[in-house]
Design a protein around this ligand. Structure first.
Ligand code: GLN
Length: 502
């Protein structure tokens, strides 16, 4: 019969609700798919069969008792390993937290569970979410399902790869500067970073507190909309003061018309150095597809975007330095044995617990916040942030959404980028959105003409207008795929491997 990887989250939930499939057989098929595919993908740091089977059992028992099922009942989900989930370790792919047991469950994860999702495991990532390749994980790299010698992107590379390999239909990621949208682009899946504050970060290990946001990955825009509805159901979380009340009506915007609506294009972004011709032509064809569906293309100019990467690599490390100070081998994290004194214990625990990129970010942050330096860089970066945010606000006076690349390049080979500043440019198109706090979504549009690897476009909308991402994303999907089908689907080398539904 069907393989689990041919079904969307929506299809699984409706088959479970109607009794066509039991949650238990879905969970078993997902675990089988993981078992059969993980050797080559390595998307997970921990697989959780007990949690999955117990959650599936609860769904089946509720159905048997005649209870109304929640909207995503029985849908397997993978969770990035910087999110707490009771019964799992939350390692952030770091030696520092290798044995850290989640003391409670993050609100975002709990909301997926409340919606009936079945947790299959915790996914690999760049250490503490610093990176764009997932290669900085302290444990192992993750492979891109479209070509396993390539990276899946990062930092939420495990979540993107698990969805692209058909191991799960849905996964959660976090995005501080592009960590959902860039790996989604490299793996050919849909990935959404909602507006800052739309989803609670309580229980998610903090990186840059003024930038971090949680969001979903799926193979269809509809699945991402349903996951967003689950994430915001319950409203404001009093455990995260930045969380806002957002109505769970994303799925209602899937079919809205884009007739006469305006889509912005930033000419300097399309001409930027470093943008590969195949990605550029993919974004142009996405823009044309929206135009063919009735939208109007409008050029917009955001004069301060040039400063975004520099501002991010000041604000991000400064906040990371402050957030990661707690991992000192006393209260949290790896503790160096046999130290002579407290100072040694803290510095040796940090020296041996953190990998190179995590150290680089923290040293940079410490320097940037030091007296005399602070004014010059941190203060300047905050001014740039204000100007960039104002640029976006001015652009949205003229357009409903903006379309741009998500990643300048398709997936690159493991180890191909060794210079950290080169790696930082992977996020040249995503970073300014976190700086401004807006929402953005990656929509895959096919395979690149040169590389044969996934290429994608990014849609960006004003703050708390994230439903527009769903509307325009669905319009792209209608243009590039037939009726409700995913644009890309599961990477061919993995589809059908394990995961048969009886
Ligand atoms: N790649 C960016 C960085 O390394 C973004 C990471 C993220 O969004 N977590 O900072």
């Amino acid at each position: 019969m069907a393989n689990i990887d041919t079904l969307s989250a929506r299809q699984i939930a409706s088959a479970v609700a109607s009794g066509e499939l039991s949650a238990l057989e879905v969970a078993q098929a997902a675990l089988d798919a993981v078992e059969a595919r993980e050797g080559e993908v390595q998307a997970f740091l921990q697989v959780t069969p007990e949690l999955a089977l117990a959650a599936a059992d609860r769904v089946d028992a509720a159905r048997a008792a005649g209870e109304a099922l929640p909207p995503l009942a029985g849908v397997p989900v993978a969770v990035k390993d910087n999110m707490n989930l009771v019964g799992t370790r939350t390692t952030c792919a770091s030696r520092m937290l290798e044995s850290y047991e989640s003391p409670y469950t993050a609100t975002c994860v709990q909301r997926m569970l409340d919606a009936g999702c079945v947790p299959v495991g915790k996914t690999n990532m760049d250490e503490f979410a610093f990176g764009s390749s997932t290669d900085t994980s302290a444990f192992h790299p993750t492979n891109n399902p479209w070509n396993t010698s390539c990276v899946p992107g990062g930092s939420s590379g495990g979540s993107a790869a698990a969805v692209a390999a058909g191991e799960v239909p849905l996964a959660l990621g976090s995005d501080t500067g592009g960590s959902i949208r860039q790996p989604a682009a490299l793996c050919g899946v849909v990935g959404m970073k909602p507006t800052y504050g739309a989803v609670s970060r309580y229980g998610v290990v903090a990186f840059g507190s003024s930038l971090d946001q949680v969001g979903p990955f799926g193979r269809t825009v509809e699945d991402v909309a349903l996951a967003m509805d689950a994430l915001v159901t319950g409203g404001h979380d009093r455990c995260d003061s930045t969380s806002q009340e957002v109505a769970p009506v994303f799925a209602q915007h899937l079919d809205a018309s884009i007739e006469g609506r305006r889509v912005g294009i930033i000419p300097s972004f399309m001409e930027a150095e470093g943008l590969s011709p195949e990605v550029r032509s993919a974004v142009e064809s996405a823009a044309k597809a929206l135009e063919a569906a009735g939208a109007e293309l409008v050029e917009v100019d955001l004069p301060h975007l040039d400063a975004a990467i520099a501002a991010y690599y000041v604000i991000g490390p400064a906040e990371a330095f402050s957030n990661l100070a707690r991992f000192d081998g006393v209260r949290y994290g790896y503790q160096e044995p046999n130290c002579r004194n407290l100072a040694d214990q803290s510095s040796l625990s940090r020296a041996h617990g953190f990998g190179a990129e995590a150290k680089r970010r923290q040293m940079l942050g410490a320097y940037l916040l030091s007296s005399g330096i602070y004014d010059k860089y941190y203060y300047a970066a905050q001014k740039a942030r204000t100007l960039i945010t104002a640029d976006y606000a001015a652009a949205y006076e003229k357009v409903d959404v903006i379309i741009m690349p998500a990643s300048p390049q398709v997936a690159f080979e493991h180890g191909a980028i060794s210079d950290p500043t080169q790696m930082y440019l992977s996020d040249m198109y995503t970073i300014s959105i976190n700086i401004a706090g807006n929402g953005g979504m990656t929509v895959p549009v096919g395979l690149g003409t040169d590389s044969g690897m996934p290429v994608a476009a990014q849609l960006v909308a004003p703050a708390f207008k994230d439903e527009r991402l769903i509307t325009f994303g669905a319009a792209l999907e209608r243009a590039f795929a037939s009726d409700g089908a995913p644009i890309m689907g599961v990477a061919p080398a993995f589809s059908g491997k394990g995961g048969e539904l009886a």
